[in-house]
Design a protein around this ligand. Structure first.
Ligand code: AMP
Ligand code: TRP
Length: 331
């Protein structure tokens, strides 16, 4: 029982891309052999931007199915939906009272999102990282596997854990991030300076896990590279660099080996191979995913069992927190 605890979450806010897969979900599968893993579909986070209820419901099932189809075993790991465990909202409130407005207003994601959506500058967008800290700290998490874009939010979770521990005596484990180096950020296929995002309006900018083989191959064929016609891995050739990272993530080959292999080939030959590589790699995933989505009853069972397990763990921490801050415990 002294295995370390891993927690991560994915929002049901759009169709998942290979960025989510490479940066996060693919790593989760490896971790479950060594650690006690808890993975959540963070639906409460996703409503910080407007969602269509019917789509949100469907996507919640889809993220759960994605976890399982990527090899996460619900017998080994806890899989649950965030809103099924009210302790997340409860701890989030407590943590918000020790969060500084200044620090929250410096969060890059908040700044970006608030600039984009001034019509809906809701308070949830601002306190989003506090809810994320609650997710993590409730389970006494040691390790948090996420993509590079979550580094700052993770830092906040660590600060809040330390601040609470300092003020009220040791209560929370101070979590560490687990961020893959090269693949922590996969970029858009159309604008390689921007991260690949499930909310991108340009459908050719991202490869979705749901895309069929032909779509994947076509999108990679059309990916933006450059006119240097030199097969190198460098910052000046961001488009190519990104494609090499994608290759490495799916083939397991090192960047040097890939560059060695293609250095005398045109980009088009590399892109052709990459298209097939990604399509082949995602084939088994897509089949399992489709099967799982046909059987919502089974997914319901899995989320129910997961919520029971998660609630038990979350309540242990929440009770401790309430006791330390001086809330009277019901007798
Ligand atoms: P989200 O889609 O924001 O719920 O993100 C789910 C997970 O995928 C998080 O761990 C993100 O850091 C990760 N992620 C999202 N986009 C990318 C990307 N373009 N490259 C690498 N990881 C990503
Ligand atoms: N904010 C994360 C994202 O957008 C999702 C998330 C919510 C999360 N709670 C978490 C990730 C806890 C790791 C741990 O990607």
């Amino acid at each position: 029982m002294d295995k370390k605890i891993v927690f991560s979450g994915v929002q049901p806010s759009g169709d998942l891309t290979i960025g989510n897969y490479i940066g996060a979900i693919k790593e989760f599968k490896k971790l479950q052999e060594e650690y006690n893993c808890i993975f959540s579909v963070v639906d409460m986070h996703s409503i910080t931007v407007p969602q269509i209820p019917k789509n949100l419901r469907q996507r919640t099932y889809e993220i759960l199915a994605t976890y399982i189809a990527s090899g996460i075993d619900p017998e080994k790991s806890v899989l649950f939906v965030q809103s099924h465990v009210p302790a997340h909202a409860e701890l989030s409130w407590v943590l918000s009272t020790i969060s500084y407005m200044g620090q929250l207003s410096r969060m890059t994601q908040y700044k970006e999102k608030s600039q984009r959506s001034d019509e809906n500058l809701n308070a949830g967008l601002f306190t989003y990282p506090v809810l994320m800290a609650a997710d993590i700290l409730l389970y006494q998490t040691d390790l948090v596997p996420v993509g590079e874009d979550q580094r700052q939010h993770l830092e906040l979770a660590r600060d809040l854990a330390e601040r609470f521990n300092y003020r009220y005596s040791p209560t929370f484990v101070v979590p560490k991030g687990l961020i893959p180096k090269e693949t922590g950020k996969i970029y858009s296929l159309k604008e390689p300076n921007k991260k690949m995002s499930k909310s991108d309006e340009d459908l050719n900018a991202s490869i979705l896990l749901k895309d069929d083989r032909d779509t994947i191959i076509r999108k990679i064929r059309k990916a933006v590279t450059d006119s240097k016609a030199e097969f190198r891995y460098c910052e000046e050739q961001k488009g190519l660099q990104n494609l090499i990272n994608i290759h490495s993530a799916f083939s397991g080959e090192s960047v040097e080996d890939i560059v060695g292999h293609y250095k005398n080939s045109p980009y088009s030959a590399f892109k052709e191979d990459l298209g097939f590589l990604v399509a082949d790699a995602l084939d088994p995933f897509r089949h399992r995913f489709d099967d799982l989505m046909k059987n919502k009853k089974e997914l319901d069972e899995i989320m129910k069992t997961g919520a029971d397990k998660a609630s038990y763990l979350a309540h242990k921490t929440l009770r401790k927190v309430y006791r330390k801050i001086g809330f009277v415990q019901p007798k």
